[in-house]
Ligand binder design. Structure first.
Ligand code: GLP
Length: 241
């Protein structure tokens, strides 16, 4: 695990964008994308780099880490729509190359299996981006998730539903999602975890102990041979390394 602690969320954005840029310039064709406020500066920075010195995105696919179940397909909070707006559009990747589990399917279990198949057919993510939940989740793998879990339907914990409430204006946030499992995430060729702000401090402190803790799903990333964490000073304040 490579760990970088930098001064601010903006610097986290720059450094994380550099990691993504390097992978894309090396010819990656599958980028695993995450949402959440932590990624706003990352995608802004990446869009800026692309505008200045474009990289080839003609073969690039985005694969979503997770998606809400129960929102209409055009809802702005659907993660697929956020990804189109925040990063696919700026990088010139058409919406049909933004791939997600079929959360509108009548059979969600089979939709989860199909997404696993799709990821396998694409050869897996060259780089999977990951945010960190306050409770240590990655994707929507809540505490207690097995390191062998695959893409599946998850019912969110009350604290995660509450954390998502800030993104929803007039309706209750969905309580169900489909998320890549921990084993699915670990099959990506490279993983990049980003976390910022004091709200993540406790999760970051436990993550940085470096030992697998089922109650803190992000610790599974220590099992990955090519993993990087980019943190800001606020989130890593209790880290002395
Ligand atoms: C949601 C997403 C996660 C993300 C987390 C952190 O739970 N499903 O993938 O890591 O939010 O969000 P934020 O960056 O807004 O703190």
């Amino acid at each position: 695990m490579r760990i970088a602690v930098v001064a601010s969320p903006t610097e986290v954005g720059s450094l994380a964008a550099q990691v993504v840029e390097r992978v894309l310039r090396a010819g990656a064709s599958v980028l695993g994308v995450a949402t959440g406020s932590t990624f706003v500066p990352v995608y802004e920075q990446l869009a800026r780099v692309h505008e200045r010195d474009p990289f080839d995105t003609s073969r690039l696919h985005f694969v979503l880490l997770d998606e809400y179940v129960g929102l209409p397909a055009t809802h702005p909070n659907r993660y697929g729509n956020e990804i189109v707006r925040l990063i696919a559009d700026p990088l010139g990747v058409p919406p049909d190359r933004v791939l997600a589990p079929d959360v509108d399917a009548s059979n969600l279990e089979s939709a989860c299996r199909s997404y696993e198949t799709l990821l396998r057919e694409l050869g897996g993510a060259d780089l999977q981006l990951l945010g960190l939940g306050r409770n240590g989740h990655i994707g929507f793998n809540e505490p207690g998730s097995s390191p062998t879990s695959r893409t599946r339907l998850v019912h969110l914990t009350p604290s995660t539903i509450d954390a998502n409430r800030r993104f929803f204006e007039c309706i209750e946030p969905p309580s169900a999602v489909i998320t890549q499992g921990i084993a699915t995430i670990l099959e990506s060729k490279q993983v990049l975890l980003v976390a910022t702000g004091h709200g993540k401090r406790e999760a970051v402190r436990r993550f940085l102990t470096g030992s697998l803790d089922l109650d803190l799903p992000a610790t599974a990333l220590w099992l990955h041979p090519n993993a990087t964490a980019v943190l800001d000073r606020e989130s890593a304040r209790d880290h002395d390394g």
